[in-house]
Structures are given as C-alpha cells and as structure tokens.
Ligand binder design. Structure first.
Ligand code: ADP
Ligand code: MG
Length: 687
C-alpha cells in the first residue's frame, strides 16, 4: 500500500484510543493527517521579559525555575499549582490548574520557554496555564517559532497533534509526490507540495506560510472545480437547438394573470425568451428565493414552447411537489386548451400506459412528474423545453437524461436554494444564471425568534393560540444527517410526546421519510385541506409545499440545520395573508451557533443568509451532505478566496480543453487526486 494511505494507527504514539479520537476529526490515514491544517498560528518569535509584560496579553518568555512548586486547594475540585520562575528583569509565577503531574515536571534551575496569558496584579506577575518547553540542547528556533494551533477534540492536545505532524513530516515527506503538472505550478507561481505541507504546519517565516497557503488553496479549489466541470462535461453549451418564435398569444396569457409580474420576473423572463428564440440550446438556471414567483415564469416559458408546437416537461423532486405544480399548470393553462399530464410513481399501470401513448403521440402537451419522467419507457413526440425544479435534489445525470428525451431541447433549471453568484459560477459552470431578486409586493415579513429549549411550553401555548384562531402549524424534528431511520424514530417520539402531553385535543399528523409515498401524500393532502392542525415532520416538507393557511413553523434543534435549509423551511409559512412566525428552538451554545441564529432572526433575504452561512461554514455543510457529494473544503473559503477561484476557473478550463479526459502523462497525478476526492461521485465523472 502507498505509505500515505496507511492508517494512522501505525504512527508512533497512536494507540487504539488515539486512533478513535483522530477518527472523530475525520483523520483515518496519514494523508488525512497531513491535510489537517492548523486552524490558526501563534507567533512565538518575539520574546518578552518579565518587566515588559502587559496584563491580559499572550506572550512568550524565557524563564528559569527558581523555587519549588506549591499546591493549593481552592475548592473541592480545584487545585492550583504555582511555580516560581524568574528572568534577569524580575520574578513571576507559572500557574497550572488541576494538573497533579506537573509536580514532577520541573526542577529548580530548569530553563523553560513558555507561552501563555499574562495576569498582573499588585504583587505578582503570573502566566496562566502556559504551554512550556524545557530547554535541553535545542536551539531557540526549535520552539521560538510560528506555532500551529490545531482544531482538537476532547482527549487530544495541541502537543499530540504537534508531535504527530512532526513525525509524519519527518518520516513520510519523501514519499509525498507532487501531483500538479509542472507548467501549472510555474504559470501560477505555486510552490511545490512538499514545501507547502512543511510550511503550512511549521512555517519558517510568515512569507513562507503565505506561499504555502496559497498553493494549498489553489490546489483545493482546482480539484473542486475540475471535479465539477467533469461531472457536467456532457452539457454542451454550444449546441444548436430550437429557435422558438415570438407568439402574440403569450402576451395575452401574461396580461390575464391575476397579478402583474414583478420587475425581477420580467427581467428573467426576457432572458429566458431571448435564449429560447436563439437557435442555440438554452442552459439556464433560475434562482429565486422561496415565494419569488419562479413557477409562473416556468409556466410562461412552457406555454411559449407549446404555442410553437413543441412539448414541455417539468420535473420536480417529490410527488407532492409534482402534484402541486401539476395543479397549478393545469388551472392556468388548461383554459387555453393545453393538455397537461401528471406522471408519478403512484399512478395505476393502466392509466400509465394510456398516458405514455398520449405523450408519445403528442396529444399531451406538458408532462409534469417526478424522476418517473426520465424512465426509459417515456418517449416524447417533440420535446422542446425541459424544466427541472429544485435542481439541487437531482444529480446532473438526471438533468442530462431529461434533456436526452428530446432533440436538443432547451433546458431550464430552477432552484430556491439561494446560492451566491460566486458559488453558482463554480457549481453550475455550464449554466447561464438568472436571478429573481425581488418578492411580489404585499408579502408580510415572517417574524423569526430563536429560543432556548426551556421555553418549549410557552411555544406550544403560542402554537395552540394560533390554531384556535384557525391557523395551522408545522413542527419540524431534528435533522439527523447520518440516518433517515433514526430521524424517523425521533419524529415518531416527538409526535407521541406532543399528542400525549401538549396537544391531546388537536389533530396532529406525522410525516417522515420512511413512510410510503402514498401515505405521505395522503397526509399532505389532509394538511392542505385543513383536516390536520399540526404537522409534525422531518425535513421532507422542506421543499416548495404550499399551504397558505399555515402560520407557524417550529424547528427543533435548529442548530443542526444549514441556514439555507432553515430558510427553506421558514418559507413554508407566510404564503397566505396571515402574519406568520418561525420559531427556532436551539440547543447550541457556542458563538457560531448563536451568530447563525441571529442571522435567521435578522434577515429574510435568502441570498444574504446564504452568504453569511457560507462564510461561517463550508459549502458541504451549507448544502447538507445528503444532497451534495461536494468535498469539504479544508483551507479554501469561497468568499475570501474569490480572486484565486477566478484564476483557478481559467486554469481548469484550460486543462480540460487541452486534455478533456486527463489522459496526458503530466495530468496523471491530477487525475488520481480527482478520483480520490470525488470517490462517491465517481460514476458521474467522465474520466
Ligand atoms: P416560488 O416557486 O418562487 O417559491 P411561486 O411561484 O410558488 O414561488 O409563487 C408564490 C406565490 O406567489 C404563488 O401563489 C404565485 O401565484 C404568487 N405570485 C407569483 N408571482 C407573483 C406576482 N408577480 N405578484 C403576486 N403574486 C405572485
Ligand atoms: Mg417553487
């Protein structure tokens, strides 16, 4: 086996216990370890003297032990150890808490290098719980350096990490091979991999650290970009397609709608129409916040295709959504003689056969459905426009399969996951992007409150009041990424608790991913019809469902969700004329969690929320790992490093235009790295 692929258990100092702890940090192999970069650095190069210390600062000092350590019992479980130390300018104490072993560590006369926080009061200068290094024969540069600080887990210390990284760099560095092609390194002034890895962990200067970081960020973004470009390689942007005609009837249709299109809708519709009228294939992504009115734009585009004697297809990620779109499309276009069909997994065989024939002969103009649409037995007569809604639920593969149902049909992809433009450019590199950045007028702002779990009773009382006023409520259960079964179980438990304790007299329904699709549908229908007051649900309701009478969204363990996901969930209420509320029950206490909850309270703009969340967490977490096979970014940040990203995009395209399947010898290393990184999505990558 390749040395870097070896398990960390073979490293010196790693027993079964440490191995487990490392696994918690997703470190399994030696390679994982070297690619676990410091989260920050401490500059210990400038050293102070006791006299020059300032209260509260963190600093480094050379000291000499000048007395015996003293142990003090402060409280039952608090022991303090004071060690007298001095330098030429004065005396001080090193202070340690609850660390009995420290008594054996120091001896009078030891020379130590320490780094820690300074506390000064009237009589004493203290260095609190410092890191220390007893100097034997080492030179100052061995410890007086820029120190890496790693992200830890309970049971692992900085020292553990430090010595592991040192060990790996010493023993494995020779086996680490450069995988980026030489000309790429040269053209972009990137340092080689070994230099980068050495300096990212143990920088020999701030400049070398910068150089190392730059290379590793570049590398990470390049792999991401290449992977994404390769998964989408099949959508050819410069393919000749259908040139649809302008049709006067389309204006009539728009004019008779019960509302006027917003400026943002008009702008996006113009972009779509222009694409449709050109003789090139349209590959366009329409982004719009929940409720911004994407569906009507899709319907207008479909009608344009129909008026041109083509068929349209509209693919939605769930049955409930497909049905909802079907109803909307039928009610709007039915009166104009358009024949719409719903193709879902749950229709009877006989009906299905009839439908399939009608689709193939062209009697049906628009087919709405789930992924059932892309099954082999579905054949279109003349498919001209293929629309997929909520694209992030589908693989790229499905999009291509749908497009293959016609002869170069135009493609429209709709998404309500607000993705900042920068990110959209890499994720959907093969699509043009339109954004509906405005909500229809008159929408009430959803009031959002983040509350502590102890307030649960009060929240339930509030829910009760809303229901008594005739509204309905959603209560969403904790998200459990790892397992749909556990998630379902927790939903069932919450449901039982609610029906037994708080809402005995209410009509409560339960919806989760383990239910059969017809059961789900029945329930959703009942909720829509107002036969259920409270819907307890997992995130299966996340996408697009429309129940205007629902006015409260309660989300349990909201800290577990991505903000984009919370925003989607929140978008399930406030769809009617009632003032609506979103209550985020939060168990998290750390500052990032609280900051994220604050963002939800203060903003209702999906794009703002997405940007902020992305800058707090990586894209993988942002999308939810279930939905995306995106590798977690370890060092690059899609916001901070936008300039590098642009450069990377150019390079990635250059590489692929020269060597589309990465067959050249010089791209061998790159190819291997790509396949390793995108393991799960490997079948989608075209190399
Ligand atoms: P999205 O799919 O973007 O979440 P929808 O298309 O479902 O949003 O639109 C939400 C609601 O707003 C629908 O009931 C729709 O009829 C309505 N709507 C769409 N466009 C407008 C508009 N310009 N003015 C008023 N209401 C609109
Ligand atoms: Mg929608």
């Amino acid at each position: 086996m390749e040395p870097l692929r070896q398990s960390v258990q073979y490293l010196k100092g790693v027993g079964p216990k440490k191995q487990k702890l490392l696994q918690r940090l997703s470190v399994f192999t030696v390679e994982d370890l070297v690619y676990t970069f410091p989260r920050e650095y401490e500059d210990r190069r400038s050293v102070k003297t006791v006299q020059g210390l300032v209260d509260g600062e963190k600093t480094s000092l050379y000291l000499e032990v000048c007395g015996n350590i003293q142990e003090k019992n402060i409280r039952k479980r608090l022991k303090i150890y004071n060690l007298p130390v001095k330098d030429a300018t004065g005396n001080a104490q090193l202070v340690f808490y609850n660390t009995p072993y420290i008594k054996q560590v120091f001896h009078i006369g030891d020379k130590v290098f320490v780094h820690g926080k300074v506390k000064i009061d009237f009589f004493t200068v203290q260095i609190l719980h410092p890191e220390y290094h007893i100097i034997k024969e080492e030179q100052p540069q061995d410890f007086q350096q820029i120190m890496p600080i790693y992200r830890l887990t309970d049971g692992l210390t900085q020292k553990d990490f430090y010595s592991l990284q040192k060990y790996v760099l010493e023993h494995y560095i020779e086996q680490i091979e450069e995988f980026l092609p030489e000309d790429l390194l040269k053209n972009n002034r990137l340092c080689d991999l070994v230099f980068a890895l050495r300096n990212i962990h143990f920088p020999t200067s701030s400049q070398n650290l910068r150089i190392a970081k730059y290379r590793l960020i570049f590398e990470e973004l390049l792999i991401l970009q290449l992977g994404l470009l390769l998964t989408k390689g099949q959508l050819d942007r410069n393919k000749e397609g259908i040139a649809f005609n302008k049709m006067p009837q389309l204006e009539d249709f728009i004019n008779q709608l019960p509302f006027r299109l917003t400026e943002a809708q008009k702008k996006v519709l113009d972009e779509i129409e222009e694409d449709m009228e050109s003789n090139m294939v349209m590959n366009r992504l329409v982004q719009g916040d929940v409720g911004s009115g994407k569906t009507i734009i899709a319907i207008i585009a479909l009608y344009k295709a129909i008026l041109n004697n083509y068929q349209g297809a509209f693919m939605a990620p769930t049955e409930i959504l497909a049905e909802q779109h079907y109803e909307t499309i039928r009610s709007l276009l039915g009166p104009f003689g358009v024949r719409v069909a719903l193709l879902s997994g749950s229709i009877t065989k006989k009906n299905k056969e009839k439908l399939l024939t009608e689709i193939e002969t062209g009697q049906i103009n628009i087919v709405v459905g789930t992924h059932a649409i892309i099954q082999e037995n579905v054949r279109f007569h003349r498919l001209g426009l293929a629309i997929t809604d909520e694209q992030h639920r589908f693989g790229v593969r499905q999009r291509v399969m749908l497009s293959n149902k016609g002869y170069n049909p135009d493609i429209l992809v709709m998404t309500a996951t607000p993705i900042p433009r920068t990110l959209a450019l890499i994720l959907y590199g093969d699509l043009d992007i339109s954004i509906i950045d405005q909500l229809p007028p008159g929408r009430k702002v959803i009031e959002t409150y983040c509350v502590d779990q102890h307030k649960r009773k009060r929240i339930y009382a509030f829910v009760r009041k809303q229901i008594q006023e005739g509204r309905q409520a959603y209560i969403v259960c904790p998200l459990i990424e790892e397992s749909e079964s556990i998630e379902a179980k927790s939903a069932i438990e919450l449901y039982e608790e609610l029906t037994n304790e708080y809402f005995q007299d209410m009509r409560v329904g339960l919806l989760h991913g383990k239910m059969k699709s017809n059961e789900k549908e029945k329930l959703m229908k009942a909720f829509k019809a107002g036969d259920i007051d409270i819907l307890v649900s997992t995130t299966v309701i996340e996408v697009g469902v429309n129940v205007p009478n629902a006015s409260v969204m309660v989300i349990e363990n909201s800290e577990r969700f991505g903000l984009a996901q919370l925003h989607q969930l929140r978008g399930r209420v406030g769809r009617g004329s009632y003032q609506s509320f979103c209550i985020l029950i939060n168990y998290g206490k750390n500052s990032v969690t609280l900051e994220r909850m604050k963002i939800m309270e203060s903003s209702t703009d999906g794009f703002v929320i997405a940007e902020k969340d992305l800058s707090l967490r990586g894209p993988g977490e942002f999308f939810g790992t279930r939905q995306h096979g995106l590798p977690e970014l370890k060092i690059a940040n899609l916001f901070k490093h936008i300039k590098i990203l642009q450069q990377v995009q150019t390079e990635a395209k250059k590489i692929l235009s020269e060597d589309p399947e990465l067959l050249l010898e010089k791209n061998k290393g790159l190819k291997k790295k790509l396949l390793d990184t995108f393991q799960e999505k490997i079948q989608e990558i075209g190399i």
